[in-house]
Design a protein around this ligand. Structure first.
Ligand code: MN
Length: 465
C-alpha cells in the first residue's frame, strides 16, 4: 500500500476546522496535517476541494448477526459493516449478550467468530444479564471489552436489579471500565403490557403506549442516582425522550459523570409511524415518541448535554417482523414484533441534516458521531481525530452529494427503510479504513476481513487537550 495525500479540503475534528491537507503513510496512519503539503513520489493524491475531511464515524451501539427469538438480525458483520462504510462510519462497536448461565468470555468468542468478515474495525461491548464476579469483569477488560451493558427492562431475559447494577458499577469502576444502561422501568412496563393485552388492545401503537417516556425518565434518574452513590460514571444508551434528558441534566449539574447517547430515529421520526399500515417496521425500544421530544434532543445535542449519537442498528426483514402476526391472526399482538431499526448507514447523513438545518455545528457533528464515542469507549489515540499517529480512518464528506434513503438505494441487508422517500443532501464521497479506500463515490471497494478487532482501553471522561 502506498501513502495517500488528501488535498484541498476543510479538515474538521477536535482541533477545529481549518483548510489543511492530510497525509496518510503506507502503514495506514495519519502522519501529517498541514496546509499546502507537497505530494511525495509514489503518493496517491485525492482531491477534496470544496469538501470536508473528517475522522471516520464511530458507531458505538450496533447489533449485527444477533439471534432474536426464532429470527436473526438481518445484517451480519459483512453486510452491516459495508453499509456503515458507505455512509461514512469506519468503526463499530457491537453488543455481545451473555445470557443467564452463559460464560461471558465464551459468548464473546462466538461474536468474534461472527465478526471475522467485517470490512472496517470493530469492537465489542459485553452485556451481563445476571450478577457476575469481579474476576469476570477484569477478564473482559483484559480482553479489550472495557464497557458493559445492563438492562433495567425485559425482566424475563435481560433485566438486572438495582443491587446488581450497583455492584457491577463498583467493580467496573475499580478496573477502569464503564457501565452503559438501558433505562426503562421494566417492571411497570410489564404491568402496562399485560393490562393492554387483557383489555384486548393488541395493535402496534400499544408498543409505544405501554412504554411511556415517564418510565424512561424514572429509570434514567435511578441510573444516575446509583452511579452517584457508588462514585462511578454511567453511560445512558439510546436516550429517546425529554424526561430522560431532564434527568441527565440534573445529574450533570450536581457533578455526576453521566454521558448520554441518542439515535437518529429519535431525532427524525415520531410515534405516528406506528399507526401506519407498515407500523410494525417502526417498532424499536425505547419507542418513537411524540414529535416535541425531538426538539429537546436536538437542543440537548447542541448544548453538550447529549454526548454521542449511535444507531442501535438492529434491522429485521419485514417478513420476520410480521412473523408475530402470522398464523392465528386473532392471537397476534404487538408484543410479538421483534424490535429494532436499520440505521448503521444513514447516521452520519441524518445528523449532518442537523448541521444543514442550523441545529448543531459542523464541529458538534464530528464530536457527537466520531470523537466522543472514540474517547468514551477507549479508542482515543487511534480513532476519532485526524492527528498524526491516529489510524487513517478518513472520510471526504461532500455537503452537496445527494443520497436517497430508500431501502434499494442503501446497502443494509433489509427490505424497508424508516426514511423511505427522503433524500439526504450531504453524504460520504470517499472513505478510508486505516489508509485503505473502502467506499468511493457510491461504490464499495473494500474487502471482507479487512476490519480488525479493537482491544479497547479505559474510558477517557475528561476533555482532551
Ligand atoms: Mn441496542
Amino acid at each position: 500500500m502506498t501513502g495517500t495525500l488528501i488535498v484541498g479540503g476543510t479538515v474538521v475534528d477536535v482541533d477545529g476546522s481549518r483548510d489543511a491537507d492530510v497525509r496518510v503513510d503506507a502503514f495506514g496512519r495519519i502522519c501529517e496535517v498541514a496546509p499546502n503539503l507537497t505530494p511525495a513520489a509514489g503518493e496517491t493524491v485525492a482531491d477534496a476541494t470544496g469538501r470536508l475531511v473528517i475522522p471516520g464515524g464511530v458507531d458505538a451501539h450496533t447489533h449485527l448477526h444477533l439471534p432474536v427469538g426464532t429470527v436473526r438480525v438481518s445484517d451480519d458483520f459483512d453486510t452491516g459493516t459495508r453499509a456503515a462504510a458507505m455512509g461514512g462510519t469506519t468503526t463499530i462497536i457491537a453488543y455481545v449478550t451473555a445470557y443467564r448461565g452463559e460464560d461471558p468470555l465464551h459468548a464473546a468468542l462466538t461474536w468474534k467468530g461472527w465478526a471475522e468478515p467485517s470490512v472496517i474495525d470493530w469492537g465489542l461491548h459485553m452485556t451481563f444479564t445476571e450478577p457476575v464476579s469481579e474476576a469476570t469483569i477484569a477478564r473482559c477488560i483484559e480482553a479489550g471489552m472495557t464497557s458493559f451493558k445492563l438492562y433495567m427492562a425485559y425482566p424475563d431475559l435481560l433485566q438486572v436489579d438495582d443491587r446488581t447494577i450497583a455492584e457491577i458499577m463498583m467493580a467496573t469502576a475499580r478496573h477502569g471500565g464503564l457501565v452503559t444502561l438501558h433505562c426503562e422501568n421494566g417492571g411497570a412496563i410489564e404491568a402496562l403490557r399485560a393490562q393492554a393485552l387483557a383489555a384486548g388492545r393488541r395493535d402496534v401503537p400499544e408498543h409505544s403506549a405501554t412504554r411511556p417516556a415517564v418510565l424512561e425518565g424514572e429509570a434514567t434518574h435511578r441510573a444516575t442516582a446509583i452511579a452517584e452513590s457508588v462514585g462511578a460514571a454511567v453511560y445512558i444508551v439510546h436516550m429517546s425522550s425529554a424526561p430522560a434528558l431532564a434527568e441527565v441534566r440534573r445529574a450533570q449539574e450536581r457533578g455526576v459523570r453521566v454521558l448520554a447517547e441518542t439515535c437518529p430515529q429519535y431525532l427524525h421520526l415520531d410515534v405516528s409511524a406506528l399507526a401506519r399500515p407498515d407500523g410494525a417496521n417502526f417498532v424499536c425500544t425505547p419507542p418513537l415518541r411524540d414529535p416535541w421530544h425531538r426538539e429537546e434532543l436536538w437542543h440537548g445535542m447542541s448544548r453538550g448535554w447529549i454526548h454521542t449519537v449511535a444507531t442501535d442498528h438492529c434491522p429485521f426483514w419485514a417478513a420476520d417482523r410480521a412473523a408475530g402476526f402470522a398464523g392465528d391472526e386473532a392471537a397476534a399482538d404487538f408484543t410479538a414484533i421483534p424490535g429494532g431499526l436499520p440505521g448503521i448507514e444513514t447516521r452520519m447523513g441524518l445528523i449532518w441534516d442537523g448541521v444543514a438545518a442550523g441545529r448543531i455545528t459542523v464541529e458538534d457533528w464530528v464530536r457527537l458521531c466520531s470523537e466522543a464515542p472514540a474517547r468514551t469507549f477507549g479508542l482515543w489515540g487511534t480513532k476519532g481525530a485526524l492527528r498524526p499517529g491516529f489510524d487513517a480512518d478518513v472520510v471526504v464528506w461532500d455537503p452537496q452529494r445527494t443520497q436517497s434513503l430508500d431501502a434499494d438505494a442503501l446497502h443494509m441487508a433489509v427490505d424497508h427503510s424508516p426514511y423511505a422517500g427522503r433524500t439526504c443532501t450531504g453524504w460520504a464521497e470517499r472513505v478510508w479504513s486505516r489508509g485503505r479506500l473502502v467506499a468511493d463515490r457510491g461504490r464499495f471497494v473494500g474487502e471482507p476481513g479487512w476490519g480488525r478487532y479493537l482491544e479497547r482501553g479505559p474510558a477517557l471522561l475528561e476533555p482532551v487537550g
